[in-house]
Design a protein around this ligand. Structure first.
Ligand code: G4P
Length: 524
């Protein structure tokens, strides 16, 4: 197949949701269609039900054995589909945000009864920031839910995006009869006893009395509602969708595998193939001949005997070839990737080549960090992988003086993986760990002990926010650092960070030093 056709047929996307809305169930049903798995229940939920470390470790162990679940690739109808898994637990949202930098589009799953939930809103904010096209899947229609028009209003208001239903439900809960697919004008009837793929009934003209034969008295309501849909919502316009301004909406029930194939078929037709990526130097188009890619995730294998890791590389342009010499831009070194893995049919396998949109896994002994660029020669640096300002802080101390080297190495590598952020106080030299969730502290402690044979102790630190500071005027910057020297720290890359005790103190500092810019992400 030609290089350009390989790019065009790729669909790399993420499925996101508030925990419990049905992301895992939907992913699994999509994989069933792709033949990537044979039976239901094969996809492990990455949900952390109780929020306990032991749960996290159990999940990590499973994932360590089968890293494949982080990326799931399959062939379907001539398309190469790459689904990127995102953790649902909010303590790991940074990982999710980073994964979203590697996708070309997103499917947002919403629980029909619960509507838009906090995590959905946060994830949508990231998509909006990046102008990522989103499709909404309203799930669990087999359960009692509210009025669909009200739900559409809620989605529009809370997710701040224009919606356009491309399918419409006929009731919900016990009375749920199915959906009318506006996109390809067909009716699909729901039968909770049959989880097989039901046939679609082509229905060009819904005014036909045949509709009554299928759904009885509900036919009239459906006609009225569809008329209202056409009247209220703008026509579906794929350009607006691709620009991230319009979200098509589908209804279904992932559990019953209902409405999933419609979603998949429409998705493949309208979702974007790999899009250009942005490097600091220039825009990089997927169809350029030069190879380029970036590391968006690093996964440690939780095997205490092997401290090997896998760096996940998203290919942005050109063709990747195994054993070819590439350049690791940050170190300037040449790398030869001899056992790159692709994630097909939920298995890892060595690949000879890969194309833009694909993700490859690169075995790593600590050379890569998140955000690294690899090219076949050109000096470019991909951007868009910000570190977010952490919200929880603690001092980290060595609890076993004999193991200080191990501890330093462990902390260093865990920070490279993006587990948390490390700051060094300029006042007393103490090391501070900043995270977005409580769970990370436990994860760090556990992993330091089990993977690096080092022990750490955390000490409380009451801190509101870490902000990266800069100024066009070096004098003001020096003055600020002098005045705030007790609260100044350096991040891992040596950048200046102001550690504010409270929102009040931050506000005061902002008011007093107008010439200083305070950043809440490390990329600016
Ligand atoms: P998540 O990954 O978004 O966190 O959600 P997940 O798919 O794990 O689904 C959460 C719960 O909702 C699961 O039930 C799942 O079976 C159920 N579910 C998903 N889709 C549908 C649907 O379309 N209809 C109905 N009625 N339920 C649905 P659980 O009891 O929490 O988990 P499990 O023990 O069944 O795995």
């Amino acid at each position: 197949m030609k290089f350009l056709d390989e790019i065009k047929r790729r669909r790399t996307f993420g499925i996101v949701s508030h925990p419990d809305a049905g992301k895992t169930t939907l992913t699994e049903k999509l994989l069933l269609f792709g033949g990537a798995i044979r039976v239901a229940g094969a996809v492990k939920s990455n949900k952390i039900k109780k929020g306990a470390t032991s749960d996290f470790m159990e999940i990590e162990r499973q994932r360590g054995i089968s890293v494949a679940t982080s990326v799931m690739g399959f062939e379907y109808d001539g398309y190469k589909v790459n689904i990127l898994d995102t953790p649902g637990h909010q303590d790991f949202q940074e990982d999710t945000f980073r994964t979203l930098t590697a996708v070309d589009s997103v499917i947002i799953v919403i629980d029909a009864a619960k509507g838009v939930e906090p995590q959905t809103e946060k994830l949508m904010n990231v998509c909006r920031m990046r102008k990522t096209p989103v499709i909404v899947f309203v799930n669990k229609m087999d359960r009692p839910a509210g009025d669909s028009f009200t739900l559409m209003d809620e989605i529009e208001e809370q997710l701040k995006i224009q919606v356009r239903p491309l399918s419409w439900p006929i009731n919900n809960g016990p009375d749920f009869k199915g959906v009318y697919n506006i996109f390809n004008r067909s009716l699909k009837l729901f039968n909770p006893n049959i989880q097989e793929i039901e046939e679609r009934i082509k229905f060009e003209d819904i005014s036909s009395p045949d509709l009554e034969d299928h759904i009885g008295d509900d036919a009239e309501t459906l006609r009225e509602e569809l008329e209202l849909v056409e009247g209220v919502y703008p026509e579906f316009n794929s350009e607006e969708y691709l620009a991230g301004d319009l979200a098509p909406v589908f209804f279904g029930s992932a559990l019953y595998n209902f409405g999933v194939q419609e979603l998949l078929d429409a998705f493949l037709q309208i979702a974007p193939s790999p899009k250009p990526s942005f490097a600091e130097e220039r825009e990089v188009k997927p169809d350029e001949s030069g190879f380029s890619g970036f590391v968006f995730k690093i996964h440690a294998n939780i095997d205490p005997n092997h401290r090997s890791r896998i760096a996940f590389v998203k290919i942005c342009s050109g063709k990747f070839e195994r054993n070819k010499m590439y350049k690791h831009i940050r170190s300037g070194k040449t790398v030869r990737i001899s056992s790159p893995t692709a994630f097909m049919a939920s298995q890892k396998e060595i690949v000879e080549e890969a194309f833009p949109g694909d993700i490859i896994g690169v075995p790593d002994n600590g050379n890569f960090i998140i955000g690294d660029t690899i090219t076949d020669n050109e000096e470019i640096h991909f951007k868009g992988l910000p570190s977010f300002s952490p919200e929880l802080f603690r001092y980290i101390e060595n609890a076993d003086p004999m193991k200080s080297k191990q501890l330093a190495k462990g902390i260093d590598q865990l920070m490279d993986e993006g587990v948390a952020q490390l700051f060094t106080s300029q006042f007393n030299g103490r090391k501070i760990i900043g995270t977005v969730g409580q769970l990370q502290f436990e994860v760090i402690q556990y992993r330091l002990e089990h993977e690096y044979n080092a022990k750490c102790r955390f000490e409380p630190l009451s801190m509101y926010k870490a902000c990266w500071i800069e100024s066009d005027d070096p004098k003001i910057l020096t003055e600020f650092k002098k005045r705030k020297h007790q609260k100044m720290a350096k991040d891992k890359l040596g950048r200046d960070v102001f550690m504010a005790d409270s929102s009040f103190i931050l506000q005061m500092a902002q008011d007093e030093f107008k010439g200083i810019k305070f950043h809440f992400t490390s990329e600016f």
